[in-house]
Design a binder for this molecule. Structure first.
Ligand code: NI
Length: 159
């Protein structure tokens, strides 16, 4: 699920939330559970649509379609992030501690959510995927280079 073009594209809004959307989301949850991740965006599996999902421990699995971040807290926190598209590497990233987001669920129902802690973190990471951004973009050039060379080494050692 690595190195696909849609990772660097801006994903397109979902026009109709229908049974196809539901099937896509069900497949995304399967993949997320298989990889024991906490979040996944459709762009990561080569589908540049504005959809992402979260599943944090025993917390409710959530699907977010056409999400918009309405508000973020001024307070920032430092938290370690990884990404299923860059397996094996992690980095500490600063982001707002809390946020309010509006989106539609897989049944086409709009909702608003106030999130903080890990959920707020995962939401922001996944939202970035819809914009074609990756967590490594937030690192200094030096840190990014180090992390990417570590990632390349890991990739080679697995082949
Ligand atoms: Ni990611």
């Amino acid at each position: 699920m690595i190195d696909n073009e849609s990772l660097r594209q801006k994903s397109m809004p979902v026009k109709n939330i229908d049974s196809e959307t539901e099937t896509l989301i069900a497949g995304m949850f399967e993949l997320l559970n298989k990889h024991q991740g906490v979040g996944l965006a459709a762009a990561q599996i080569g589908i540049p649509q504005r959809i992402f999902i979260t599943q944090i421990g025993k917390d409710t699995p959530r699907a977010f379609i056409n999400p918009s971040i309405i508000e973020t807290s001024e307070e920032l926190v430092d938290y370690e992030e990884g990404c299923l598209s860059l397996p094996g590497v992690w980095a500490r990233i600063m982001r707002p501690k809390a946020l309010r987001l509006q989106a539609w669920n897989e049944k086409g129902k709009p909702f608003t959510i106030d999130a903080e802690g890990i959920l707020a973190r995962v939401i922001q990471h996944e939202y970035d995927h819809l914009e074609g951004a990756l967590f490594i973009d937030k690192l200094s050039a030096l840190k990014r280079e180090r992390l990417l060379s570590k990632y390349e080494k890991l990739k080679k050692s697995k082949k």
